[in-house]
Design a protein around this ligand. Structure first.
Ligand SMILES: *Cc1c(COP(=O)(O)O)cnc(C)c1O
Length: 303
């Protein structure tokens, strides 16, 4: 990749009231300010492939606050691809300037096609894709959330040799691409725990398509009511975590995962002496948008 990347280090999170567990967080959010965390990992081989095959345009899908949309727009801009975002929700068409993620994507040259929720649900149908081909000619298609085989391959590079000493690898789960890569590169004896950021039983099947190992599980108690749903307890946890450790968490994914890890530690879920590595998958661009929503509801915001 020809744009400059930062370092992803393992930072210790000192558990002041628990000396029996060691917790580290892998700062994948520091890889790049906009193509951050797992979105960089998931795009890496897809962008190589698009370039190799001579595509000039990337097309992908996402919602109004999507980290993936922001990452594709930024990476496309940096690497000289045109980008098209098919966005869920027709009503957003006239509200781009009110939405931080879409404004950012637009500044990075992304063109949008806004579609109704019904059409969006149908976005993988051949009829819909044919219509997009008619409208935009040739493009390299990146699925919603960026998950495909090449994305999983990129996520297999998150763990390094030094991470082999961890007993648990934890990550937030959206479409399951990131955890699939982590499972594939995990070692025998390591347990990979995914914390879904949304409700739904389809995830286990989706992940099973990409992995053959069985050393993983999903902890489904920390979705906070569904995708991008949050409450005051979560906001307050994210703010306390940042005050204590100087590490920002995002409200949609990493905040929920870390809340879950802390809760499980308090409940004695991890065996004594365990070393846990939590993956900070990034997503910090989403804080601004979430804060607009919180402000409108007169609720405390993420600091
Ligand atoms: C997209 C995203 C995820 C989910 O990744 P999947 O590969 O879709 O499971 C997790 N964390 C952050 C910060 C994300 O932006």
């Amino acid at each position: 990749m020809i744009f400059k990347l930062g370092h992803s280090i393992n930072q210790q999170v000192n558990l002041l009231d628990n000396k029996e567990i060691e917790l580290f967080i892998k700062r994948e959010d520091e890889i790049h300010p906009f193509v951050s965390g797992n979105k960089y990992r998931k795009l890496k081989y897809n962008l190589h492939e698009a370039k190799k095959k001579g595509f000039k345009t990337l097309l992908t899908f996402g919602g109004a606050f999507s980290n993936h949309i922001a990452a594709v727009a930024s990476a496309g801009h940096l690497l000289g691809f045109k980008t098209i975002g098919v966005i869920r929700g027709e009503e957003l068409e006239n509200k781009i300037s009110d939405n931080d993620t879409l404004s950012f994507a637009k500044q990075n040259g992304m063109a949008f096609k806004f579609v109704s929720r019904e059409l969006y649900r149908d976005k993988t149908s051949q009829a819909f894709l044919d219509k997009l081909k008619d409208a935009f000619n040739d493009f390299y298609l990146i699925p919603e959330g960026g998950t495909n085989t090449l994305a999983v391959k990129g996520c297999e590079e998150i763990l390094t040799k030094e991470d082999e000493t961890f007993d648990y690898i934890c990550c937030a789960v959206g479409t399951g691409g990131t955890i699939s890569g982590l499972i594939n590169c995990s070692k025998l004896g390591q347990q990979v725990l995914g914390f879904p950021a949304l409700k739904g039983d389809f995830l286990r099947q989706d992940i099973s398509k990409f992995v053959t190992k069985t050393n993983w599980d999903l902890v489904t108690d920390y979705h906070f009511g569904g995708y991008a749903k949050i409450n005051e307890e979560l906001v307050s946890f994210i703010n306390q975590f940042k005050n204590r450790y100087a590490i920002p968490l995002d409200p949609v994914y990493t905040g929920k995962m870390m809340f879950g890890i802390f809760d499980l530690i308090n409940k004695g879920y991890f065996k004594k002496g365990s070393k846990i590595l939590a993956i900070h998958t990034g997503g910090l661009q989403g804080i601004k948008g979430m804060n607009s929503v919180l402000k409108n509801k007169n609720l405390a915001i993420i600091e």
